[in-house]
Design a protein around this ligand. Structure first.
Ligand SMILES: NC(=O)c1ccc[n+]([C@@H]2O[C@H](COP(=O)([O-])OP(=O)(O)OC[C@H]3O[C@@H](n4cnc5c(N)ncnc54)[C@H](OP(=O)(O)O)[C@@H]3O)[C@@H](O)[C@H]2O)c1
Length: 283
């Protein structure tokens, strides 16, 4: 069950809240950068740990606190984001578990790792929320869905939703939704990048300069997405509205249909969802 109003303010983010990232790779950087550039959290209120000094140097450019010790992040922050690859989550949680207290709210963004698995590896009644975000959080255009664990406190969901809403939209869902969410929005930016690249290739094939073609393709996806979100119209209706009888667009649509365009996207979402389910079974 999803909430319908993702833009409603759920709560105020406490001014002194400290946010930690265990793992300082792509997602941690996207989220930290989004939170900072959106003016939601000061860089000094963010900690990040990673074994790779080069990665730490990169995130240090944002002005956040960095360390190679995960324990230090847990001790210095209230919201602790698990931002390592799924295959590392279990060993990471075993390592930090002795330092997790009731003051920590653990937010896992790891694809496929079930809340029950995380809760089992942490002290009894730890506060856990599982989230599936995506990288456009970097430019305040992320899409995230959160699912609450069994021992969260009143306000925990709202706090995480508010943090994530500051870098895009955040919907509340159930854990059963999250594999499919991974298939649509978690992995989705890659499908959109591939679409932009292919549209740009088409423009270049037909004689446009590369830079112009890429810019037009990207802006077209952005504009179409905004029309879906802002008009509330069904995407099929919006498509119909730009297909004039016998016109250029309906000719192009027929070509896409023959190439299995829509089936390919449905298959892609199914493949990503199934892989997320597989990761979940590995535990
Ligand atoms: N990227 C996306 O679009 C996306 C979208 C939604 C969700 N996610 C989820 O976000 C999580 C992170 O993905 P990512 O793309 O940001 O991965 P990433 O770029 O590989 O970042 C993970 C970082 O964690 C570090 N790390 C490994 N072991 C660690 C440990 N024990 N303690 C602390 N740090 C450790 C890694 O270092 P080494 O490289 O040296 O191992 C790496 O720098 C994943 O679970 C993924 O499922 C990603």
């Amino acid at each position: 069950m999803m909430s319908t109003n993702s833009r409603r303010k759920r709560c105020d983010i406490p001014a002194n809240i400290m946010i930690g990232f265990l793992g300082a790779g792509r997602m941690a950087q996207a989220m930290a950068r989004g939170l900072i550039s959106g003016g939601v959290v000061q860089p000094s209120k963010i900690w990040a740990s990673d074994p790779d000094p080069t990665v730490l140097k990169f995130i240090q450019c944002l002005g956040v606190n960095t360390t190679s010790k995960n324990e230090e992040v847990v001790k210095n922050t209230q919201v602790v984001v698990i931002a390592v690859k799924p295959n590392v989550v279990s060993s990471l949680l075993k390592e930090v578990s002795p330092f997790i207290t009731k003051d920590n709210l653990v937010v896992s963004i790891a694809a496929g790792i079930r809340i029950s698995v995380i809760e089992e590896l942490l002290p009894h009644a730890s506060r856990v929320i599982r989230v599936m975000p995506n990288t456009p959080a970097l430019v305040q255009a992320g899409a995230a869905v959160l699912a609450p664990g069994s021992a969260i406190l009143k306000g925990d969901n709202d706090l995480v939703a508010e943090l994530l809403s500051s870098v895009g939209i955040c919907e509340e869902g159930t854990e059963a939704n999250l594999d499919a969410v991974t298939g649509v929005s978690g992995s989705g930016p890659a499908y959109a990048f591939a679409a932009i690249e292919a549209l740009s290739d088409g423009g270049v094939k037909m004689g446009l300069p590369r830079a112009l073609s890429t810019k037009l393709a990207a802006q077209t996806l952005l504009g179409a997405a905004k029309m879906v979100l802002e008009t509330g119209k069904h995407p099929g209706q919006l498509k119909d509205e730009v297909c004039s009888p016998g016109g250029t667009t309906i000719h192009a649509m027929h070509t896409l249909e023959k190439a299995g365009f829509r089936s390919a996207l449905i298959d892609a979402v199914e493949a990503a969802t199934k892989h997320s389910q597989f990761l979940g079974k590995l535990g």
